[in-house]
Design a binder for this molecule. Structure first.
Ligand code: R5P
Length: 290
């Protein structure tokens, strides 16, 4: 079951699972509250498919959907959320800060019996179940599909660049899945939402085509700055490959102005750069949910 803005991906998942597809109906009241209506009758096990970009209203709607489904007889609820929001605030960086990862994780664990996501931003924890306390909290990775995409689309001598230490896990896996591409990892200092600086790794960029690999592109500043610096260091071209294409505001223009030629992403978040579909990966695991 899904929601209008993510219907294409939800339908592909339903087809891959061989189950019927239906859409929840949302009414937005003038005061900003929402009413949700589920298509009846419900199956005993309902799989909700929705990514949590632009997360706040989607979270509320998912809580309404889960509660409504249980009230109407569903006994097992699975959430497939290829992009999971609130995973980056995983510690209190300053006194008094709420640890969103843990708080939102608990909320999801109360509403659903199983949660499946892709390349969640797990930096200081190893398992998704440490954030979402469920036996079946499953974090898949799109890095294999991303590596295979690069192996198909790009020459063998491209250089992959992770823009910060946190990206190492993804860039290394993508490089491996593409058949052993060269890669380097930059280091990043973040001073604000749109204020980051990057120090390139000691790698020879001269004459190389560089593909920047990261899990999330939000404002695009991280990738734009890394691209600018790689080009200034002698790279002949810069391209971006991300799992979650949030691309808020003028992110796309930022990247184009920085000289980025191609922008590729998975369909975890709907965006014109989507070129890697995740339905097969998600269905492979959703099929086994008890
Ligand atoms: C943060 O650690 C993530 O991996 C991304 O690097 C970050 O979210 C990108 O943000 P932005 O596009 O706003 O620079």
């Amino acid at each position: 079951m899904g929601f209008a803005e993510y219907a294409a991906q939800g339908q592909r998942l339903a087809t891959a699972l061989g189950v019927p597809w239906a859409e929840a109906e949302i009414h937005l009241f003038p005061d900003g509250e929402r009413k949700l209506r589920l298509p009846m009758p419900l199956a005993e096990h309902v799989v909700f498919c929705r990514s949590l970009d632009d997360p706040d209203h989607k979270l509320i709607e998912l809580l309404l959907a889960a509660g409504g489904a249980r009230d109407n007889g569903a006994r097992r609820l699975t959430l497939v959320a290829p992009y999971l929001a609130y995973m980056r605030q995983d510690i209190a960086f300053h006194p008094g800060e709420a640890v969103s990862q843990r708080i939102i994780g608990k909320l999801l664990a109360q509403a659903f019996d199983a949660v499946i996501t892709v390349d969640a931003h797990l930096h200081r924890i190893q398992r998704l179940s440490q954030a979402i306390p469920l036996e079946q909290a499953i974090n898949l990775t799109a890095t294999r599909a991303m590596g295979e995409f690069l192996a198909r689309e790009c020459p063998r001598d491209i250089l992959l660049l992770g823009p910060d230490g946190e990206s190492e896990q993804w860039v290394a896996a993508v490089a491996g899945a593409a058949g052993g591409l060269d890669y380097g990892v930059a280091s990043k200092t973040r001073r604000g939402d749109r204020d980051v600086s990057i120090e390139l790794p000691a790698v020879d960029f001269d004459g190389r085509q560089v593909v920047l690999v990261d899990d999330v592109a939000s404002t695009g500043h991280t990738l734009a700055i890394a691209a600018r610096q790689a080009l200034a260091a002698g790279a002949t071209s810069a391209h971006c490959l991300v799992t979650h294409a949030l691309f808020v505001g003028d992110a796309w223009q930022q990247l184009k102005q920085a000289g980025v030629e191609n922008i590729w992403s998975t369909d975890s978040v709907s965006h014109p750069s989507n070129c890697i579909q995740l339905a097969g990966l998600l269905a492979g695991v959703a099929r086994g949910i008890r």
